[in-house]
Design a protein around this ligand. Structure first.
Ligand code: TYD
Ligand code: MG
Length: 456
């Protein structure tokens, strides 16, 4: 019997070490080293299906390499297509990560059930075929070309692939799959690494795209192994607050497209619905004017949308004033409060301040500063910001409004749903013809000026 060798792997970054260490030498995380057995009889370097050694490659000049027009499989969901950079590339390995219960299986299942022309194999290591059927019924779509198999052994998966000869393979989830070549249990760093490497080889050899679903651990990385992110061609992250219905599909890495695209979905009774106009959804359709609400124009990736900042300022009930923030950086809000106090002269040190970004989204676009500060002020003076006014601008420490990126896109987004005025930083509009715009553009250089514009 071969001698069993063990190695220590960092569960955060995947680095290995021959001995235990309190702190990972590669990423510096504490207490992340776990012991695992090393592969004893891996099929390294050979074909994942046959185990045969792949054809030797020879160096070529870049100019001599034939450029193929990457054939892409068009996915039924336009949002998914956009995040993938225009469809699923043949032979690519895509990882969809997200917290448990966020809707990864639903997203994938919903898409593949709508592709009727391609043979698709869905390998589930988490749910039984019957559970999947229930879900498919709920989503309300059916395809005769979609095969489902519940399997956790990598070797058997390749046998199924041999039988079915699919044109697309889904593995849900990579953490439940184990290969015989590695002795450690499913979900461990070496298993995840081995299984994804073999699936990658299969994808590249056969030109069949493979979608892996992966869980995210509580630190937010895809179940330990960051290694997975190096192996795969694209990493898509599905995120959102479980208590809200909105989900964002973000691309973190994409070898075939831009990483600044994102897709927005809403979880409904019958699966996920695409949200093509997020602004409409994120704004409260309120007829009366309320104080403490300011509409900002923010960017997620390269996609602009309108979002509501809501603030409540009240006299502190206890000695120490409370500061509570959802969806926005709390340190940034404290900084904005200090600017209000020091530069604008509003006394809010003894007030409770609550801030909420509506819709359950987390925003860290500095251009939202201006709407946060205006919402706080509007609540403090108990005067509503007039309807149809939105704003975008970064606030500096001296109370100056600083220029922001992609101002044109923000303005054109603001023009859409019934907005009549947008407040923007001064000198941010160079080379833009304001007179052609339907919306009124107010330029401001200081926080006080913005207030005067709003509450004059
Ligand atoms: P799921 O896709 O199983 O999440 P993941 O694969 O990421 O773990 O689904 C997550 C949740 O979505 C589940 O708790 C129920 C909800 N859901 C709906 O609200 N509507 C639906 O039509 C479906 C299929 C699921
Ligand atoms: Mg699932």
């Amino acid at each position: 019997m071969a001698k069993v060798k063990t190695l220590w792997y960092c569960s955060s970054c995947g680095a290995d070490s021959p001995k235990w260490e309190g702190r990972c030498p590669a990423c510096g995380e504490w207490n992340t080293m776990v012991e695992e057995r090393v592969p004893t009889k891996g099929l390294r370097g050979g074909s994942p299906v046959t185990g045969r050694q792949a054809v030797k490659s020879v160096p070529q000049r870049v100019s001599e390499i034939k450029s193929l027009n990457e054939p892409r499989i068009h996915m039924p969901s336009e949002e998914l297509n956009r995040v993938l950079g225009g469809g699923l590339v043949a032979g690519s390995l895509v990882l969809i990560g997200g917290e448990p219960g966020i809707g990864k299986s639903t997203l994938v299942l919903q898409n593949i059930l709508s592709i009727k022309t391609k043979k698709i194999l869905y390998v589930s290591g988490e749910e039984s075929a019957r559970q999947l059927k229930l879900r498919a019924d709920r989503i309300g779509r059916m395809s005769d070309n979609c095969y489902i198999v519940c399997e956790t052994s990598l070797e058997s998966i390749f046998e199924h692939i041999d039988d079915v000869k699919p044109e697309m393979v889904i593995v849900d989830s990579i953490q439940t799959i184990a290969s015989d070549a590695v002795e450690s249990s499913a979900g461990s760093v070496s298993q995840v690494r081995e299984c994804s490497a073999r699936l990658l080889m299969y994808a590249k050899e056969s030109g069949v795209p493979v979608i892996l679903i992966g869980h995210i651990n509580k630190e937010g990385s895809i179940a330990g192994p960051k290694v997975l992110e190096h192996i795969v061609d694209a990493v898509l992250q599905f995120e959102g607050d479980r208590h809200y219905m909105y989900r964002i599909l973000r691309s973190i890495k994409n070898r075939f497209g831009s990483t600044s695209e994102l897709g927005i979905y809403e979880m409904c009774q019958r699966g996920l619905r695409e949200v093509t106009n997020p602004s409409e959804m994120l704004l409260t359709q309120n007829d009366e004017e309320l104080s403490g609400i300011a509409i900002g124009v923010t960017l997620e990736g390269i996609r602009p949308f309108l979002i509501e900042a809501q603030a409540l300022v009240s006299t502190a009930a206890y000695g120490t004033p409370q500061r509570s923030v959802t969806g926005f950086d709390s340190r940034r809000m404290n900084m904005l409060l200090a600017v209000l106090e020091k530069r604008v002269g509003f006394k809010i040190a003894q007030k409770d301040v609550f801030l909420n970004i509506a819709g359950g989204l987390k925003v860290n676009d500095p251009a939202l500063d201006l709407s946060v500060i205006c919402a706080i002020l509007s609540s403090n003076v108990d005067m509503a910001i007039p309807r149809g006014v939105c704003m975008s601008g970064e606030v500096g420490l001296s109370g100056e409004i600083r220029p922001i990126t992609r101002i044109e896109q923000r303005i054109s987004e603001a023009e859409k749903p019934g907005m009549n005025t947008i407040i923007v930083p001064r000198n941010n509009l160079k080379g833009i013809d304001v007179s052609r715009l339907k919306i009124r553009v107010e330029e401001v250089a200081k926080v006080e000026e913005a207030f005067r514009t709003l509450f004059a």
